[in-house]
Each structure stands twice: as C-alpha cells, then as structure tokens.
Design a protein around this ligand. Structure first.
Ligand code: GLN
Length: 496
C-alpha cells in the first residue's frame, strides 16, 4: 500500500480496513505506521490520549499478521481502536484520569477488550476522560482538558471526551466509551460523530471501573452507522462475569443493515416535548427540526410525545449516581486500592484520609460527599429513596411513550460545544446541561447520538434517537436511513 496524496487510509471505514487487511491489499505495517504518525502529530494537540505506545502496536500487529495468514475469522482485522481509560487493558495502564490510579496496571482485559482483540482489532491507546467519568466537559481530568478538534478553545464534551475528539480527528475509525448519564452521546454530539449507548446489560461491564453501577454502560464512537454496528456486534454478547449481562445470541446487526431498504414507511417517531423547552439553542432546535422533516419525507409518522417525569431526571440522577459513586469509590483507601500517601502518619485513619485527599480531584470529592449525605440514615428516604421512586416513574413514562411510537427523538444537548472554562465553576449549570441524556440511563434504554448539522460557528449538532430495551437494531436502522439520505451534506474532517 502506498500512502500517496490521493489515498489516505484514515478515510477508510473500519469495515473497509478489515476487508483490505484480510484480502492482503493493505499491509498491516503500513496501516499501523500511518495511524502512528497521525497520532504522534495530532493527539498531543488535542490531549486526547492518556497512553499510546508504538511498541505495543507493533507487537500486536506481528501476532495479528500470523492470524490473518492462518485464515482466522477476524471481522475487525487490523482496525485501530481507542479505549477510554476507565476500561481495563492488561498491557496498558488504566488510570481513570485520576492520581488515585496513576500507577494501576490491570492484570486482565475487560470483556469488551478481549472481544475486540479476538475479532482482530488493534488496541491503539487509551483516551482521556473526566476523572472516574464524572463530568460533562473533560475538564475534570488529572491529565488536563481535551480540546475539541472543531475549535480548540472549546470542550469536546465529557466524560468520554478523548475518544470522541480522537474519532472526530481520524486518529482511529472507532473507539469505546462509557455512558452513565450521557458520556458517550454528549461528546459524540459535540465532536460530530456517532455515539451509541446500548441497553443496560447488553454489553458486559466486566473490567469497566465502576462509577454508578446501575447506570454505567459501555458503548461506541464511530464515523458511520455501519462501523457502529460492526463494533456493537463484536462487544454485545453474554458474559457470566457481569451479573447484569443479558442472555441471548449475538446481534449480527451489520448483516441486517446491509440489506436495508431505503425509506422508513410506517415508523412512528415521537418528539419528546419536554426536551425542546427553554434553554435550547435556536441552532440546535432548527437543525433537529430539519432532521424531523427528512424523516417525514422518508415515510415516518411524526408525533409529539410527553415524558413528563423527565423534568426530575437531573435531580434524581445526581442523587443516585453520587450515592452509588460514594459506595464504589470507598475501595480507594491507599491500602487495598489506589494511591498511598507518603505523609508520616500514626493512625490507619490518617492513611485513608491523606491518600484520599491527595488521590481524588475536586469534582470527585464533591460527589462522594453529596452521595454519602444522600445515603445517610436521617436523609435516606427524603433523598435517595425519593430519587429511586422517581427513577421508576421515568421508566414508566418511557414505557407509555413507547406504546404510541417506536423511536423517540430529542436533542442530545441543549447547546453545541461550550468554551473551556465557561462552566467549570458553576456545577449546577454544568449538571443541567445533561437534561436530555440522563433519563435514558435511569430507564436503562438504548440511545444514539446522530450528527445532524452545524451551528453558525460551524460546531456540530447531534440528535438523540431513543429506543425500547434491546432495540439497537431499530435505532441503527433509523440512523442509517437518515445517514443515507443526508450523509453527503455532513462534513467529515475538522480543520486541524
Ligand atoms: N455528565 C454526567 C455526570 O457527570 C454523566 C457522566 C457519564 O455518563 N459518565 O455524571
């Protein structure tokens, strides 16, 4: 393969890469060299990577080369994949962007990483995030913020900001993220790529470092619907090591999408009225309304649908997520797990105190305190108990909505990417920006961020498609029909 001016492997989709590698038309070493060079020159400007090592890539491709030669079934042969740094990798550090885990090297791969390696993917590096996935802007990382490739003065969204920025900048065709309250969908929208948050339980959380276990879910970033389906097919399968992992056969979405007939005749799409209220940018609103007209022109029926309890999703989520986080993060005590203070101390309690004080950043401490308070005996019913009741109500309201329509549609975020520093000292405003995404996690539903336009500053806009549990196929089919219709009008490559 030659990387002449006319041929750039980074413009190939994951599915094309895999085909070319398997047929021998592209040499693994050339492909890897190309992505290594690109990563060396661009990743530092975005601060998208926490870990990246050319030697590791080279040793992976030499093993992979033998497997290709042996004719193994490798649906993702040679596809470079980036992994959010809260997902365990046995040969690379896994830091959660926290000083607490800066020396942590897992002894095992997360289930999803195992599956990707088995499918022939190359794990190209680990991406930056908000510390322990807590945040919406990637500004809470102990490795510093990630810069949005569309405008380097802006945030890429969070918490999976590194994965989103890297895919948008063509440093890999696909990446993994985790989504507890929007951490895949919102950065995907801010960076103009596709982001899929699967149904709770569809993808094993084994090896995902817990933030809020009843909400956490691993998912994908990609530049196309087909590539999204390819990665989802590989990672979505039952795993006995995660007790919430769903049973059932592998989805094989990529094959069903290949036979998609264009048009969406009879599909009922519900516009979630609560998520089009005040505070929504006019540019986001009008882009999504345009997308709705496209769906209509393809034969979909459009209905206004109400999910009334969504207005309580921010308060319920920030109680439940912080309560679970306070329990999950109790293990980092400087003895069993995490950074150990070097202060000279006399009591065990002081080891805990100083280790935690030094190891955790401000936002994480704030959330541990909030969560501990919400769970404390005198306030349990008033806060945590109420929030879990509201969570059930949100799930019921979604169920009712899905009696009337097949797919729900809303913005992913009320605005496009905001400036670095703009909201960091105002947590409430930051939390309120999550209004469109949190309900989906509280109800355990699958949802997807689909690029649908740009604002007047050329910043990407995303629409959110929400489905019934395990309706990933419908979501991807709907997204693909839209992509086929308007795809060519979407810009691919941000100027760097
Ligand atoms: N922004 C939300 C939070 O800070 C969601 C984060 C996530 O999905 N990991 O908790």
């Amino acid at each position: 393969m030659t990387t002449t001016a006319a041929f750039h492997p980074y413009q190939l989709s994951a599915s094309e890469i895999s085909k070319l590698v398997r047929s021998g038309e592209v040499k693994l070493s050339d492909l890897a060299e190309f992505y290594l060079d690109r990563t060396r020159s661009i990743a530092p400007r975005l601060n998208s990577h926490i870990y990246f090592d050319a030697n590791s890539v080279e040793s992976q491709i030499s093993v992979l080369g033998e497997r290709v030669k042996a004719g193994e079934d490798l649906p993702m042969a040679g596809v470079p994949v980036l992994v959010k740094d809260n997902i365990c990798t046995r040969d690379m550090p896994t830091t959660c962007a926290s000083r607490m885990l800066k020396n942590f090297r897992p002894t095992y791969d997360a289930f999803v990483v195992e599956r990707l390696r088995k499918a022939g993917a190359i794990i190209f590096g680990k991406t930056n995030l908000d510390e322990f996935a807590m945040g919406s802007s990637n500004e809470n990382s102990s490795f510093g913020p990630v810069y949005n490739p569309w405008d380097l003065t802006r945030v890429p969204g969070g918490s999976s900001g590194g994965s989103a920025a890297a895919v948008a900048a063509d440093l890999a065709p696909v990446a993994l993220g985790s989504d507890t309250g929007g951490s895949i969908r919102q950065p995907a929208a801010f960076c103009g790529v596709y982001g899929l948050k699967p149904t709770y339980g569809a993808v094993s959380r084994y090896g995902l470092i817990s933030y809020a276990s009843s909400l956490d879910q691993i998912g994908t970033f990609a530049r196309s619907v087909i590539d999204t389906a390819m990665v989802y097919d590989v990672i979505a399968s039952h795993d006995p090591r995660d007790s919430t992992s769903r049973r059932g056969s592998s989805p094989e979405l990529i094959n069903s999408l290949a036979h998609l007939k264009s048009g969406l005749k009879g599909l009922r799409i519900g516009i979630v009225t609560e998520l089009f209220g005040s505070g929504l940018d006019e540019s986001v609103n009008s882009s999504i309304r345009d997308a709705v007209r496209v769906f209509q022109s393809m034969g979909a029926e459009i209905h206004d649908v109400s999910v009334p309890s969504l207005r309580h999703s921010v308060s319920s989520y920030y109680l439940i997520a912080t309560a679970e986080a306070s329990a999950n993060l109790a293990r980092y005590d400087g003895i069993r797990f995490g950074h150990r203070t070097t202060e000279q101390v006399n009591q065990l309690k002081e080891v805990y105190k100083y280790s935690r004080q030094e190891g955790f950043g401000r936002e994480v401490k704030q959330r541990i305190m909030l969560g501990t308070f919400a769970l404390s005996s005198g306030y349990y019913d008033a806060y945590y108990g109420k929030a879990t009741q509201m969570r059930r109500q949100i799930a019921r309201d979604f169920n009712l909505a899905f009696e009337r329509v097949d797919v729900l549609l809303s913005p992913v975020a009320p605005t496009t990417a905001f400036k670095i520093g703009e909201k960091i000292d105002d947590p409430l405003t930051m939390y309120l920006g999550d209004i469109c995404t949190l309900g989906v996690n509280l109800a355990g539903l699958p949802a997807m961020s689909v690029p649908c336009g740009y604002d007047h500053q050329n910043l990407p806009i995303g629409m959110q498609l929400i489905g019934r549990p395990l309706s990933e196929k419908e979501l991807l089919t709907t997204a693909l029909a839209y992509e086929n219709e308007v795809g060519s009008s979407l810009k691919r490559q941000p100027a760097l």
